[in-house]
Design a protein around this ligand. Structure first.
Ligand code: EPZ
Length: 430
């Protein structure tokens, strides 16, 4: 089983290039089958989740051609099947985007109930509510969600919770419904805007993405396009916190600094310097870190996908910090692992109370999910001694070449696949 072996203690220094946004790519790949013409997508991150999405598209007859590592051409013209029930689709929660895309285009879809990271209950009632409002009949049978409609008609939909997934999914279906759809209490995340821009580049008429009211005028068909996915806000934020935790100096390149404002603000609060330029941010952690409080919120609030990373930093910050998770109810599972590295954290419901310790110590731990796994890697980079992380397949769902990018910043981290390789790593790193 592959593991990361990490010898902590090196401050991360240098420049790192951020890839395309995984969560935008997943929706954009799904939406690309909504036209019979060819779509060219650039800046697709080469991570497990996007690869699973492309396999799912192929499994229903779509043609996916990789032009290079980050560029794909997709054609939905030859789609034969509207049923996505292969086991692999259970691996990614974003499989629900195929429901919106297929329902919009073919007025029918059957998709296996979504899987994904185990971070809470993760219902899909708002997706179903939206599809029903557009006139679809939606039922769940034998683990499949079946949605079908004679015609989809525009509607006025109020989301009961702010949800990225349902906002995007319903937006996709509504793009090819008859008449106008209004989605109220919509999610405002950068990837919601990116998917709307992508759909508009295919001839859709979506207005207001990035605000909490999205207005869509349905069109009968969409056409081919060429589109470049935005940079990944969470990958960028993860490297920014890696700089903070290792007392480093890292320039994170190819980002949209505006998307990182809540992350930069928290880094400032805990004592880091953050310098912004047009498409880069530099994080310098020259002073000891200090405590703060943070609550995860929908965009533009502090992202839940950065909660484990900030907790790792606050675990090393002077004083007592409080982290409140308000999006998912089960996103502190990694705290047990962090405690084994010497952190002093008490979790009560959706709140973590953190007493900063001077340092972590290396341990053998497991990545419980994608972002928590990345956060534990950061903890390992700052720890005294060697940290071994199991279940790195979770991390590979969303971070491309994570250990290689960290190595270029001076981290001592390797992917090992046997006791022998681990032994060699230990000998090499002392
Ligand atoms: C997306 O998940 C992301 N996943 C998650 O990233 C991210 O944590 C999350 O948005 C929040 O930003 C993808 O884009 C593939 P939501 P999603 O719908 O769409 C509740 C990562 O690490 N809700 O915005 O599933 C839900 O339970 C992953 O990259 C309903 O009640 O999240 C949660 O409390 C992990 N009913 C809240 O809304 C619904 O029908 C927000 O969920 C849908 C959601």
């Amino acid at each position: 089983m592959e593991q990361y072996a990490i010898k902590g203690g090196n401050p991360l220094v240098g420049e790192v290039e951020i890839g395309g946004a995984k969560n935008a790519a997943l929706a954009i790949l799904a939406a690309s089958i909504m036209t019979d013409e060819t779509v060219l997508i650039e800046n697709v991150p080469d991570v497990r989740d996007t690869n699973v999405m492309m396999q799912a598209i192929e499994s229903i007859g779509g043609i996916v051609e990789r032009i290079d590592r980050h560029t794909v051409k997709i054609s939905g013209k030859s789609i034969m099947d509207l049923v996505i029930e292969d086991d692999f689709i259970k691996k990614i929660r974003a499989s629900y985007y195929l429901l919106g895309a297929l329902l919009g285009k073919y007025k029918k879809a059957q998709v296996t109930l979504p899987g994904g990271c185990n971070i809470g209950l993760r219902p899909i009632d708002q997706h179903i509510k939206g599809f029903r409002a557009l006139g679809a009949d939606v039922r769940i049978e034998h683990g499949l969600i079946i949605a079908e409609a004679q015609r989809l008609r525009g509607s006025h939909i109020y989301m009961d919770v702010v949800t990225v997934g349902a906002t995007i999914d319903v937006m996709m279906a509504a793009v090819m419904a008859e008449g106008q759809t209004i989605i109220e209490n919509a999610a405002k995340e950068p990837h919601v805007v990116d998917v709307a821009n992508f759909l508009n580049s295919m001839g859709a008429v979506v207005r207001g993405a990035g605000t909490d009211v999205i207005r869509i005028k349905g069109v009968p068909r969409l056409h081919g396009t060429e589109y470049t996915i935005i940079p990944d806000q969470i990958e960028a934020g993860t490297f920014m916190f890696a700089a903070a935790v290792t007392k480093g100096d890292v320039t994170v390149k190819n980002v949209i600094p505006k998307h990182l404002e809540s992350i930069s603000a928290k880094l400032n609060e805990i004592g880091c310097e953050v310098e912004e330029s047009d498409d880069a941010v530099r994080v310098v952690a020259a002073k000891p870190l200090t405590h703060t409080h943070v609550k995860t919120l929908p965009y533009p609030g502090f992202p839940t996908d950065m909660q484990p990373q900030i907790t790792v930093a606050l675990g090393l910050s002077r004083g007592t910090s409080i982290v409140t998770e308000s999006i998912f109810e089960n996103r502190f599972k990694y705290v047990d692992e962090l405690t084994r590295m010497g952190a002093s954290i008490k979790v009560e419901g959706n709140t973590a109370i953190i007493d900063g310790v001077p340092r972590y110590t290396g341990a053998s731990i497991s990545a419980p999910d994608l972002r928590a796994g990345a956060a534990l890697v950061i903890a390992g980079l700052s720890a005294e001694g060697t940290t071994i992380i199991d279940d790195i397949k979770f991390i590979e769902r969303g971070y491309e070449d994570f250990h290689i990018k960290l190595q270029t910043l001076g981290a001592q981290i390797e992917k090992v696949n046997s006791e022998r390789e681990l032994h060699k790593f230990r000998l090499k790193t002392g």
